[in-house]
Design a binder for this molecule. Structure first.
Ligand SMILES: *Cc1c(COP(=O)(O)O)cnc(C)c1O
Length: 382
């Protein structure tokens, strides 16, 4: 970059084209391999990717499906979750976590989160339990591993199933184990913006349960074991050969990509510490840093100031699932989630972000926070 350009560095929130350009020869080779194979759906690339993802996560199976939403809903269905039952989900999460439950016919029941880790607060699970509670879906939101120790201890005591939503946490670890290897099964999304992203949609379930894996393989294609003979009522949720081939090109880089994410996050944590009004996210040794979400009581003003300086930001998520119109019938009060929704803003964080861009973000956040140093209400610190 020239110094003239540096003076007005514009940092986009994401740069998908840069991510693809960084891996262009491998992606071209993957594309050519699939074109020449004459197989487009559930072929050798999918089988190889499933093996490689399972090995990476330390599970005996990975089952490729069409999306993260499907990975969740098919897993819950395969486990027998359905109408008349309840599934506990965090209030602060992507709406897909809640929608996956409704697609099974069961009801999502929101549980509030810890304001530091943004993950399910295990202390609140017992109050949410009813005789209909069948499963709990801890989400490793933003890449921060959920407190699975506490969730699993509580769940096993009450014979409640645990299904991880690992859609934002490819490569995150907990006590040396990769997420995706806990609970009955875990759901991954390969939506392009995720830590491991396809060039389109995709998803997978990881599990150590042979019977569950078998059932998921039936569910993803019309209940077929043998073509044309439906053993059970299934769905169409297949992973494309092309996406599997692209994902195979990207998986070997996941750890180094995550290391770069971590280096950026550590710089943010270090250099943005102590700014008026700004609350930084909680760190964790096994964090995959999918998103870097800060909080500020004057979020709109902070975003506008950053936008003026050419720094892209987004809000994950503006409306929590239980406050969307789709879930208007849900009466849940989730005060931490609701507070977070008003204060959160995500800063740019992706492996292709160079040191200059990181410095530009830091400089802009510092200037902005100091510019409207404020009546930081006590609300900013809890
Ligand atoms: C992205 C995401 C999903 C859904 O994945 P899709 O592939 O978009 O269906 C589910 N849960 C969480 C937490 C996500 O971030």
């Amino acid at each position: 970059m020239t110094s003239a350009a540096e003076a007005r560095v514009v940092v986009p929130f994401l740069d998908m084209a840069a991510a693809a350009a960084a891996l262009r020869p491998q992606l071209d080779a993957a594309f050519a391999r699939v074109l020449e194979s004459g197989r487009w759906v559930l072929g050798p690339e999918v089988a190889a990717f499933e093996r490689e993802l399972a090995d990476y996560c330390g599970t005996s199976h990975a089952i490729g499906v069409a999306s993260g939403l499907d990975a969740l809903q098919l897993t819950l269905r395969a486990l027998g979750v359905g109408p008349g039952e309840e599934v506990l989900v965090p209030g602060y999460t992507a709406v897909a976590t809640w929608m996956a439950v409704t697609l099974t016919g069961a009801e999502p029941v929101g549980v509030d989160v810890d304001p530091q880790t943004f993950t399910l607060d295990p202390a609140l699970l017992e109050a949410a339990r009813t005789p209909r509670t069948r499963a709990v879906v801890p989400v490793h939101l933003c890449g921060h591993p959920a407190d699975l120790d506490a969730v699993e201890a509580w769940a096993s005591e009450h014979e409640i199933l645990v299904v991880e939503d690992a859609c934002q946490a490819h490569g995150a670890t907990l006590e040396g184990r990769r997420v995706g290897s806990f609970g009955a099964a875990a759901a991954f999304s390969f939506y392009p913006t995720k830590n491991l992203g396809a060039i389109g949609d995709g998803g997978a379930v990881t599990t150590n349960d042979d019977a569950l894996a078998d059932k998921l393989r039936l569910l993803r294609m019309y209940g077929w074991r043998e073509r044309g003979d439906s053993e059970i009522k299934g769905d169409n949720s297949r992973l494309d050969e092309l996406q599997a081939a692209f994902l195979r090109a990207r998986l070997p880089l996941l750890d180094s990509d995550n290391a770069r994410r971590r280096a950026i996050a550590e710089r943010y944590l270090d250099e943005l510490d102590g700014l008026p009004g700004l609350v930084l996210p909680g760190a964790h040794d096994g964090h995959a840093w999918h998103l870097f979400v800060v909080r500020h009581p004057q979020r709109a003003a902070l975003r506008a100031a950053l936008d003026d300086r050419g720094i892209g930001t987004l809000i994950h998520y503006e409306v929590p699932p239980h406050r969307t119109r789709a879930f208007a019938a849900t009466s849940a009060a989730l005060p931490v989630t609701e507070r977070l929704a008003e204060e959160i803003v995500s800063l740019p964080l992706y492996p292709q972000l160079g040191d200059d861009a990181v410095a530009a973000v830091i400089g802009a956040v510092r200037d902005s926070c100091e510019a409207f140093c404020c009546s930081t209400s006590s609300s900013a610190s809890s």
